[in-house]
Ligand binder design. Structure first.
Ligand SMILES: Cc1cc2nc3c(=O)[nH]c(=O)nc-3n(C[C@H](O)[C@H](O)[C@H](O)COP(=O)(O)O)c2cc1C
Length: 202
């Protein structure tokens, strides 16, 4: 591949990325998941603390997590009812109830500690989450990053038995988001980007 081709393909991959909310139930090979998570962990992080922690749910545990996803819906449904047109609202409700049949859910935590500013810790984990989003595309997969689990943060912690970890006992492990992942079973339109006022050259 020439440099020009690489450049074109790279920017196309970024433009192509969109949130996927409907998946084929096909399982994802462990090697593929490993590659995606390794891509996540290539991200930069404040003071190189690599403070991301990923908990991967598949099979029975993924099925059990659906109950929590359904509960998280209750926390945000009123806001979405006002913001979304009825057909999209119904689609989103179904997504929360089924996670679009995604076979994999990655719960992403930040290890926050006194050596780093809070926002830097959080930002570092989100850098890794974006790498995961992009690696999913390269693998022919799709994903959706979800902040909704924050509605039921404590219940997710309990579900994962986080209290077994000393960092959690010290109050340093914090849930940031979920990434649901699988083989796409729809091709949604790209949400248009609003560019106005987003960039100011000084
Ligand atoms: C931090 C974060 C939280 C999000 N939370 C949710 C969520 O809870 N449920 C959902 O369906 N989508 C969620 N999304 C996906 C956004 O809705 C989506 O990225 C946005 O609408 C733009 O669409 P695109 O990803 O297809 O470009 C989240 C995205 C981010 C970055």
């Amino acid at each position: 591949m020439t440099e020009a081709e690489f450049k074109t393909q790279f920017y196309e991959t970024l433009t192509q990325r969109r949130s996927i909310r409907k998946f084929k139930p096909d399982p994802i090979a462990r090697e593929t998941l490993d590659r995606i998570l390794m891509a996540g962990m290539q991200a930069p992080s404040g003071k190189n603390r690599q403070n991301w922690r990923f908990f991967v749910l598949e099979g029975k545990r993924r099925d059990e997590y659906l109950k929590l996803s359904q509960k998280s819906w209750l926390g945000i449904k009123d806001i979405l009812e006002k913001r979304l047109k009825p057909s999209l609202y119904q689609f989103t409700e179904r997504f929360f109830f089924t996670l679009g049949d995604a076979p994999v859910v990655i719960l992403c935590y930040s290890h926050n500690d006194a050596e780093e500013k809070y926002l830097t810790s959080i930002g570092s984990v989100y850098m890794a989450v974006e790498n995961i989003n992009l690696a999913a595309i390269v693998e022919g997969l799709g994903c959706c990053t979800m902040g909704a689990p924050l509605e039921i943060k404590n219940e997710v912690d309990t579900f994962l038995n986080m209290s077994q970890y000393p960092e959690y006992q010290r109050g340093e492990l914090e849930l940031l988001c979920a990434v649901v992942l699988g083989v796409p079973d729809h091709s949604p339109p790209k949400a248009p980007r609003q560019l106005e006022g987003r960039v100011t050259y000084i």
